[in-house]
Design a protein around this ligand. Structure first.
Ligand code: PXP
Length: 245
């Protein structure tokens, strides 16, 4: 049994997606962040995309001012995003790959293949006091590269595991388990996220070396039916139950 609490980072991007559908101020992702914290979120995650399709620059500025829990800013490794991150100095910055046409972050960052391109971003963010996390596929080569880049944290992409079923899903889960143990042994703080729901969260939450899960789309969708606080409380309960088992 692991006695370390698994942190829950609630990703509020899709509150902003709904707001932006009308181009008005409601629903406000900052208000959602406050509710999420009240319901037990240990941190708030927001992805400032290059095309600003959901979270805006103003959202990041306001979250930086008002949040009482750590802000995890997800962003692509670009000069524009680096400048914004250095202005607000969030607690954590998670570097993600970004393609304009994708519906969501499709795969992990190829940190092994882009070492030299990423190094200045990891260094600058680290020197500014941000905890740098790299969003990667559960792959030992990528974990080795994360260590050589000097990032203290990696977040493993659980999207493939969530989309699969049957034996292939179990194989992907095993890959995530092995990668988490490997990364932990290398000294990395291990996080995971993407696509997690009530149905898929428990086997991931049971992985003892994981310290944090970041969950967004499912919680915001579920909030339509049961409210945001109720949805987060239930996710928290499932995570705690998995940890206690
Ligand atoms: N972690 C990272 C790095 C992400 O890019 C995302 C999606 O923005 C998430 C977690 C959350 O994924 P989901 O919204 O599918 O729960």
């Amino acid at each position: 049994m692991s006695n370390r609490k698994l942190r829950l980072g609630v990703n509020i991007d899709h509150v902003a997606t709904i707001r932006n559908a009308r181009g008005i101020r409601h629903p406000d992702p900052v208000r959602a962040a406050g509710l999420a914290v009240r319901a037990g979120a240990d941190g708030i995650t927001a992805h400032l995309r290059e095309d600003r399709r959901h979270i805006s620059d103003e959202d990041i500025a306001t979250l930086s001012d008002v949040l009482t829990v750590p802000l995890n800013l997800e962003m692509a490794a670009t000069d524009e995003m680096l400048e914004i991150a250095l202005r607000h100095k969030p607690h954590a910055v998670c570097l993600v790959p970004e393609k304009r046409q994708e519906l969501t972050t499709e795969g992990g960052l190829d940190v092994a293949g882009q070492h030299n391109r990423l190094k200045p971003y990891v260094d600058a963010l680290g020197q500014a006091g941000c905890r740098v996390s790299l969003f990667i596929d559960p792959d030992e080569r990528q974990l080795d590269a994360a260590v050589s880049l000097g990032a203290p944290v990696t977040e493993l992409h659980t999207g493939a595991y969530c989309e699969l079923s049957g034996d292939p899903q179990q194989e992907e889960l095993e890959r995530i388990r092995r990668a988490t143990a490997y990364g932990h042994k290398l000294g990395l703080e291990m996080h995971a996220g993407h696509g997690l729901s009530y149905e898929t969260v428990k086997p991931i939450a049971e992985i003892p070396e994981l310290m944090e899960l970041n969950i967004g789309h499912f919680l915001i969708g579920e909030a339509i039916f049961h409210g945001l606080e109720t949805s987060i409380v239930e996710m928290r309960r499932l995570m705690d139950e998995a940890r206690a088992s």
